[in-house]
Write a protein that binds this ligand. Structure first.
Ligand SMILES: Cc1cc2nc3c(=O)[nH]c(=O)nc-3n(C[C@H](O)[C@H](O)[C@H](O)COP(=O)(O)OP(=O)(O)OC[C@H]3O[C@@H](n4cnc5c(N)ncnc54)[C@H](O)[C@@H]3O)c2cc1C
Length: 456
């Protein structure tokens, strides 16, 4: 393996930067990993360490017949440090891959810090360093570095996400809450459910609509990501929107009434011991006092103690297809590479995947070989198609996205929805297997048998 003279600088030890640094290091390259924490933290980051999951502790469905589950499987096969640490610190959450965020973060940090090819340097980066650089500074890239990047990227975009609150277990009324997963999926009782009657639901929706919200700065027009809408925005869209969205009661039965409730708030375990619970889908921009007042109306939360309140935040990302070359380096400054959410992917796992792809691209540059990412039929390749613009029609306005089958080349033929997912998943495995021998590192076989349940 040819060694470069100068180490590669990776800025940001979040999901993407950690994965990128790890993959480069295992390919034999020296890496300087620069992370502003623990000295400086964005408004959303709280932990001192690497790979922090800033909101939900879930990496979503682990079913390899969903696009995200397929991405999990592919990342496992390429030796992802993030997936490996997640598997090690998994907490029960039905079909989802959810983790104990503190142990997960500590695990990633420990593995990176002890790798002989990685040097960790703490402190905020405020200028563009010399040499080959990977920017993996995420949706909340510090202002000083954003300013330093401006001459190179010219323009950037932004939109808003909102994060969900976390409640302490001991403050929940467990005579009202009941443990159950929808349709008994996965572990069967991984979730805690708070049932609402029709009247309780109607009042809750009214309060959400009228409650005080945090006002964005005048120069920032809120542009929400559709998959992560604040609950009050959903409430404003229609009386029943929440009851058909995150508060849908289907597949659940309240053991006290032996009936399906009118609506439910579902809580997901934050840690293996179940001392804290995340309100699933309850991202919000309500002010903190309003959150406390309005969420106390939810049966079971009258005396809630909040471990963390919901928040609003900015998401900075580049117009990938316009600014980035096919190896994720800047078209006008080819020594500067980008990885993670800043390229316009959305989500923990997608950012991790992007970190992996960028590592492959940097490796190709350093070894003078062709950069050959997994083909578009795979989940990794589909994300690549998104960032490079290949997945999008002419005139598409670039927006961050999770991995979804819509990014894959379409499956030809008429299939029922569930069958189509199976087709996408099978085709992806075939193409991944064909690509595997060209990868610059060993690729593990696809584990079998795959679970049968499919989830969107
Ligand atoms: C508030 C919020 C809630 C979210 N909720 C979810 C969710 O529930 N589920 C989900 O899948 N995704 C969620 N996301 C998206 C999530 O952030 C990304 O999916 C993922 O964390 C992005 O990974 P990343 O590695 O690109 O960035 P990050 O994980 O944010 O990592 C970037 C790292 O760079 C560091 N950094 C920034 N600037 C500098 C600098 N100048 N010098 C040195 N270091 C720097 C930061 O400290 C950080 O450690 C949320 C994002 C935010 C902001």
């Amino acid at each position: 393996m040819a060694q470069q003279n100068e180490p590669i600088t990776v800025i940001g030890a979040g999901l993407a930067g950690s994965e990128c640094a790890w993959q480069l290091a295992r390919l034999g390259h020296r890496v300087v990993l620069r992370e502003q924490k623990p000295e400086k933290k964005s408004p959303a980051h709280q932990l001192p360490g690497f790979a922090e999951l800033v909101c939900s502790n879930s990496m979503r469905s682990d079913n390899p017949e969903s696009a995200i589950g397929l991405l999990h499987a592919e990342l496992r096969r390429v030796g992802s440090v993030i997936l490996s640490a997640a598997d090690l610190h998994r907490v029960p959450a039905g079909d989802a891959l959810a983790v104990d965020r503190e142990h997960f973060s500590a695990e990633v940090q420990q593995r990176l810090s002890t790798h002989p090819n990685i040097t960790v340097v703490a402190g905020e980066v405020t200028e563009v360093p010399a040499g080959l650089v990977v920017f993996a500074t995420g949706p909340l890239t510090s202002q000083a570095l954003t300013d330093a990047l401006a001459p190179h990227v010219g323009e950037k975009l932004y939109f808003y996400d909102a994060i969900a609150p976390i409640v302490a277990d001991e403050s929940i009324d467990h005579t009202i809450a009941f443990r159950q997963s929808r349709y008994g999926k996965g572990g069967g009782d991984d979730y805690l459910n708070l049932p609402l009657s029709r009247d309780e639901y109607a009042r809750f929706v009214t309060e959400l609509r009228t409650g005080a919200k945090v006002t964005p700065h005048a120069f920032e027009e809120p542009k929400y990501f559709e998959g992560c809408l604040p609950i009050e925005v959903m409430a404003e869209r229609g009386e029943e929107t929440l009851a058909f969205g995150p508060m849908k009661p289907v597949g659940l039965m309240d053991p006290r009434t032996r009936q399906q409730p009118y609506a439910v708030v579902q809580l997901r375990m934050e840690d293996r011991a179940g001392t804290a619970w995340n309100l699933v889908g309850f991202q919000t921009r309500l002010t903190w006092p309003e959150q406390k007042r309005i969420f106390a109306l939810i049966p079971g939360l009258a005396k809630a103690e909040w471990v963390r309140m919901g928040q609003i935040h900015r998401n900075t990302f580049l117009d990938g297809p316009r600014l980035l070359a096919r190896d994720f380096s800047l078209k006008n400054s080819e020594r500067l590479f980008f990885a993670g959410q800043i390229t316009g992917v959305e989500g923990y796992v997608e950012s991790t995947a992007c970190g992996y792809l960028t590592a492959l691209a940097v490796h190709a540059r350093l070894t003078g070989t062709a950069f050959a990412p997994p083909p578009g039929e795979t989940a990794l390749g589909a994300l690549y198609r998104h960032v490079t613009g290949e997945a999008h029609p002419e005139g598409y306005r670039y927006q961050p996205t999770n991995v979804v089958f819509a990014l894959f080349p379409p499956i030809v033929g008429r299939f029922k929805k569930a069958e189509k997912r199976v087709q996408y998943a099978r085709r992806a495995v075939t193409h991944f297997d064909a690509w595997a021998p060209t990868a610059p590192h060993p690729v593990a076989p696809m584990p079998s048998p795959a679970p049968a349940r499919a989830e969107a």
